[in-house]
Design a protein around this ligand. Structure first.
Ligand code: DX5
Ligand code: ZN
Length: 223
């Protein structure tokens, strides 16, 4: 099933709560929260207090993308703030198994994300322990970059492995996703689409979410 996860990185931060609620009303399946530490990536965004504020105004599923060098130290804080899924970078400095354990102890869903240079196979040992694998389709750190179409074989390799092993793991893509690149990513095997600028930059959130979902649905990978 195709799911749309708008990234608030591209919203009007002075009206953050309203923006999240607007996407909820527009039919988005979840909301993507990009957490940056200024170390793992050369940018800083926001932390648990902001997530907790959003939790008070929205019942949406919070799809939390941690771009942190030391995710382990922050799992408890984001879970307590209301993150439903916590996705951490395999390239971070913490042991992936330990991070997954910590997310599970907190009752959140674990996800793993890989940067463009990291191969699909690096995630295989953890596939049975996560609900989602996020394939970055840009270098993490900034919104508004161009979709890297050469990530498609990696998406397909992950989708094939998930199918082969009979697992129920979502494949998410993040970076440069609009209605056109959503089709390319879905064809390769992605079913959760993160989009910042293309959705928050649109004049009509409901129409933009629906168009992306419809086009990707028609393209969804058949195996
Ligand atoms: C980039 C973030 C993305 C970003 C996507 O590091 O992980 O979620 O917000 O933005 P767009 O859709 O504008 O490429
Ligand atoms: Zn993200």
């Amino acid at each position: 099933m195709i799911k749309i996860s708008p990234s608030v990185l591209a919203c009007d931060f002075s009206r953050l709560g309203e923006e999240v609620r607007a996407m909820e009303k527009a039919g988005a399946d979840m909301i993507h929260l990009d957490i940056m530490d200024g170390h793992f990536v050369p940018n800083i965004s926001f932390g648990p207090p902001v997530v907790a504020s959003l939790r008070r105004v929205s019942d949406m599923f919070f799809d939390t993308h941690l771009m942190l060098t030391h995710p382990l130290s922050y799992i408890d804080g984001f879970a307590a703030a209301g993150s439903n899924r916590i996705t951490f970078h395999l390239e971070s400095e913490n042991d992936a198994g330990a991070v997954i354990d910590r997310i599970e102890v907190n009752g959140a869903e674990p996800g793993i994300v890989i940067k463009p240079a990291t191969p699909a196979q690096a995630v295989f040992p953890y596939l049975h322990r996560v609900k989602m694998v996020l394939v970055m389709t840009v270098e993490p750190g900034f919104g508004g970059q161009r979709f890297m179409a050469d990530m498609c074989p990696k998406i397909a390799a992950l989708r094939d492995e998930v199918t082969k092993r009979g697992l129920d793991v979502d494949i998410e893509v993040d970076g440069g996703i609009d209605a056109g690149t959503a089709v390319v990513a879905a064809k390769a095997g992605a079913n959760v689409l993160v989009a910042g600028s293309s959705l928050f930059g649109s004049g009509d959130y409901m129409a933009a979410v629906a168009a992306m979902r419809d086009r990707a649905r028609q393209a969804l990978y058949q195996g």
